[in-house]
Design a protein around this ligand. Structure first.
Ligand code: NAI
Length: 285
């Protein structure tokens, strides 16, 4: 199937990044969020990244303005008919919210549209089941920050068709990214490995074994990680980290995946990480 127009649902840190990479690669993109401020921030983010690319000589001024022209914000999902060939959802990591989004999209989108979710850990098959197009439903899991990271985890639900999978592999390549196909089990591969490491890092602070900075130093200097686990947790969002640990915990029924109480407490305090200006570290911009 040929994809020309893409719709991104959710204009947070992932949705804005996804909208940017599609627009930069020549696709028409519509970006929707229930929160108009998030939509504005999303557009600003796209503009900032394109400006940085221009300053570094990676793109010409024309490329920047063409990419911006291809990106259209949507404030009311029901105001105009949806025409996108491919719709990707990047709203909060909550199954009930995502299901509601897909129920509505299934009513509003044309029959040929493919649906994808950028979920980090939730069951693709369960989301697909609320639509009448489970064979046209897939997981397309981008990494953060989207414009930089090469990997896309491609997750097949139980009913995902070969054609849908093929189209998403082609889209991934067209964006200049590399796809890895995985099965639909909690956390897939990326977060099944990453999140328990982050959770364990929080435990080492919670138990007074080391400081936040030193835990990160150990992994950066000792294991050659580009970011320490707590810095990375801030970057991902501590609320998202808790949600993913809960999904692993529930999905595998193993207490080793239980979120560290300190991680929960940070979320309760509103210290959600970089996006909130405060998490394990404080951010001024
Ligand atoms: P975020 O909190 O930055 O953005 C979520 C956005 O969804 C917000 O702007 C919110 O207003 C919007 N939203 C909520 N309900 C909505 C609805 N019903 N319709 C439309 N928009 C709605 O979250 P983030 O970090 O962008 O994560 C989004 C998804 O991407 C989650 O599923 C997350 O697990 C996944 N993800 C996150 C990564 C990360 O590093 N943060 C990495 C890879 C995937």
């Amino acid at each position: 199937m040929t994809v020309k127009e893409v719709m991104v649902i959710g204009a947070g840190q992932m949705g804005a990044g996804i909208a940017l990479v599609f627009a930069r690669s020549g696709y028409q993109v519509k970006l929707y969020d229930t929160d108009i401020e998030a939509l504005k921030r999303g557009r600003q983010y796209v503009e900032q990244i394109l400006e940085k690319d221009m300053a570094k000589g990676k793109i010409e001024a024309d490329t920047k303005s063409e990419a911006l022209d291809r990106l259209q914000p949507v404030v009311d999902l029901e105001a105009d008919p949806i025409t996108a060939d491919f719709i990707i959802e990047a709203v909060v990591e909550k199954m009930d919210v995502k299901k509601e989004v897909f129920r509505k999209l299934d009513e509003l989108a044309p029959a040929h549209s493919l649906f994808a979710t950028n979920t980090s850990s939730l069951a693709i098959t369960e989301m697909a089941a609320v639509t009448n197009r489970a064979e046209q439903f897939i997981g397309m899991h981008f990494m953060n920050p989207v414009p930089v990271m090469k990997l896309v985890e491609i997750i097949r639900g139980l009913e995902t068709s070969e054609d849908t999978c093929q189209t998403v592999k082609e889209l991934t390549e067209a964006l200049g990214k590399q796809g890895v196909e995985v099965k639909d089990f909690p956390g897939f591969v990326s977060n099944r490995l990453l999140m328990p490491m982050i959770n364990e890092a929080v435990y080492t602070v919670f138990e007074g074994i080391s400081s936040i900075e030193d835990v990160d130093q150990v992994m950066k200097l000792g294991m050659n990680h580009r970011m320490g686990p707590l810095e990375l947790a801030d970057f991902i969002g501590l609320d998202t980290c808790v949600s993913i640990m809960e999904i692993l915990h529930e999905g595998f029924g193993d207490s080793k995946y239980s979120p560290c109480p300190l991680l929960r407490q940070y979320v309760q305090a509103g210290r959600l990480g970089k996006k909130a200006g405060r998490g394990f570290y404080t951010y001024n911009d």
